[in-house]
Design a protein around this ligand. Structure first.
Ligand SMILES: Cc1cc2nc3c(=O)[nH]c(=O)nc-3n(C[C@H](O)[C@H](O)[C@H](O)COP(=O)(O)O)c2cc1C
Length: 256
């Protein structure tokens, strides 16, 4: 299967206007985002929650297969159960709103078909883009029962990889969880930054009972809890201390 689609430059004729960005404001948003554990008893505006959710699904995502779902749990009974499933952490219990962020390993096939239908409706879409969704996507993301197909792909990749630069993952159902989680986590960051930009705060939580949360949302085995995010106005005692990060040289490596 050719991977030329990755190496060829396609000029589709599409051009997009770039908006000016106030970079100072942008970095203010990044720097003022903190994990807030206590929220004020103040509502989040409906329109702001919708903007925050819209930001989530604008995140970049693998093959544009959008392997995520974001559940804004408004229902009072479900929200109470969700707070309990988040170990009744104050970050959940005091939060006016909660969003459950789910990675999906079972929606890529349907989403690929939707993408292909959309591409077929558009003018001037390169044939390679359609072939990508028709041929490459099923080959790359199908793993089969017990990851058996993935196992055969892994062996084939092992040998072709000697001669050729080859994408190697995902080749198992568990790697599919990593695959979907990467994209979903980017949506999560968008949620938290959008909340901050709109004057709210957030707390990401993985201290939660994933099985109970999936039961609350009636989700099956193709759904994987990435995190629950609380949204609200920060209480003045909501941030527990100064932001701590180790020396940047520990994590940032510049290869010259
Ligand atoms: C995936 C993930 C899971 C987290 N889970 C929790 C959690 O369950 N409860 C909590 O209070 N904070 C949780 N946090 C927040 C982290 O503790 C916090 O991001 C970290 O201490 C750095 O602080 P800062 O976000 O204020 O910079 C989580 C963060 C991430 C990214």
């Amino acid at each position: 299967m050719s991977t030329d689609i990755f190496s060829e430059i396609a000029d589709t004729g599409y051009r997009e206007n770039l908006e000016d960005i106030n970079s100072e404001e942008f970095f203010k948003v990044i720097k003022s985002r903190r994990s807030v554990r206590v929220f004020k008893d103040e509502p989040v505006k409906e329109e702001d929650m919708q903007k925050i959710l819209d930001a989530a699904v604008l995140a970049p995502n693998s093959s544009n297969l959008q392997p995520w779902e974001f559940y804004w749990v408004k229902n009072a009974t479900k929200k109470k159960a969700l707070v309990e499933a988040c170990l009744s952490q104050p970050a959940a219990a005091t939060a006016p709103e909660l969003i459950v962020c789910i990675a999906r390993t079972d929606t890529w096939r349907a989403n690929s078909k939707t993408m292909l239908n959309l591409l077929n409706e558009k003018e001037g879409v390169p044939a390679a883009a359609k072939t990508y969704y028709e041929k490459l996507v099923p080959l790359v993301y199908t793993q089969g029962p017990l990851s058996l197909f993935g196992f055969f792909k892994r062996i084939a990749i092992f040998f072709t990889g000697f001669k050729k630069v080859t994408p190697r993952e995902p080749v198992s159902n568990s790697q599919m969880i990593t695959w979907a989680t990467k994209s979903t986590a980017l949506g999560c960051e968008n949620i938290m930054l959008a909340a901050r930009a709109l004057g709210y705060d957030s707390c990401p939580m993985e201290g939660a009972d994933s099985k109970r949360i999936k039961d609350i949302l009636h989700l099956g085995s193709g759904a994987h809890l990435v995190m629950v995010i609380s949204i609200g106005k920060r209480d003045e005692k909501g941030v527990y201390g100064e932001q701590i990060r180790f020396d940047r040289s520990k994590f940032i490596k510049i290869l010259e």
